[in-house]
Design a protein around this ligand. Sequence first.
Ligand SMILES: CC(C)(COP(=O)(O)OP(=O)(O)OC[C@H]1O[C@@H](n2cnc3c(N)ncnc32)[C@H](O)[C@@H]1OP(=O)(O)O)[C@@H](O)C(=O)NCCC(=O)NCCS
Length: 318
Amino acid sequence: MEILDLRHFSSADLRPLLEDEIAMWGRVLSWDYAISAEMILRYMDAKILPGYAAIERGSIFGYSFFVYEQNKGVIGDLFVRDGARSFNRHEVEERLLTHVIETLQQSPGIHRVEAQLLAHNAGEVSRPFLQQGFSRHPRVFMNFDIGRHPQASLPTLPPLPPPFETRPWSEQEYQSAAALITAAYRGHVDSEINDQYRTLAGSLRFLNNIVRFPGCGTFDPQASFVVFERRTRTLVGLILCSQVRPDVGHITQVCVLPEYRSAGLGEAMLAASTMNLRGRGFHFISLTVTEANDRAIALYKRIGFESTRVFDAFVWEG
Ligand SMILES: CC(C)(COP(=O)(O)OP(=O)(O)OC[C@H]1O[C@@H](n2cnc3c(N)ncnc32)[C@H](O)[C@@H]1OP(=O)(O)O)[C@@H](O)C(=O)NCCC(=O)NCCS
């Protein structure tokens, strides 16, 4: 086996492996990875995707790539096909990660590295990260089975308390939404995992990634809502949803300003998205949440979300 720079290869070399990866994401996460795969292949052909490929008998059977975002490196993906003849999958994953981590840590100007490996179970590939001084934050993948919660069996929709009103997401809300995210995550564990939450500019980049790029599914404005306080016309909460498979919605963001919490706004927004997706024939809703975020987890469980797997987020600051 050899580990080589991904930029030596073309999309045709990587495509067969990505087909296996698309199947795995469908099986494990009910997620159609095809759109992300197309984006990866375009980057491959443009020779701008930094990363490493594991090669056996001239073909790629594993890869990992990363992207640079200003002073930060973000590990985008890691996938190794099962059943390689002479190597254990786990060993190849660790070798690929070790190359990626060393490259990023030695890149001039890179002071931070983040990784969230959604499709790997917690602890499974943690060794190379922990050896290189990363911190580990377990995160939970949760799923809501719309069919198992028929509307008639639910208590009536929690009404939004009267001082507030819900509106559909609108692009006009971009700036105020970024301000809301920054305020909602101040001092929060998720802003240790994703430093975009710490600043207004970072939260705008986060929103752009979610709303305009297909990396985390296709943004679904119909199932995304904002909540305003009527009197002050302040944006106090938002929920953003993407479509990750024709019948699966994924909540990419839900937050409420600290001073407006515990009044039922979070639950009302989750109900609004769920109702919308149900009405449009979706079958499942998924989301990810940091294990340490007990209040959010308690809320999701109360509504009917179930934990389906635990994965790791890793962070290194040089
Ligand atoms: C998670 C989050 C969105 C929940 O929003 P929220 O508006 O506080 O949620 P709710 O009020 O609907 O429910 C949460 C709490 O209110 C209580 N509650 C719900 N309806 C209520 C009502 N009508 N009256 C009083 N309390 C109520 C719930 O029992 C729950 O109890 P808790 O305060 O002990 O946690 C919010 O805490 C937040 O923005 N956190 C930071 C960002 C974050 O972690 N987002 C999730 C990332 S995955």
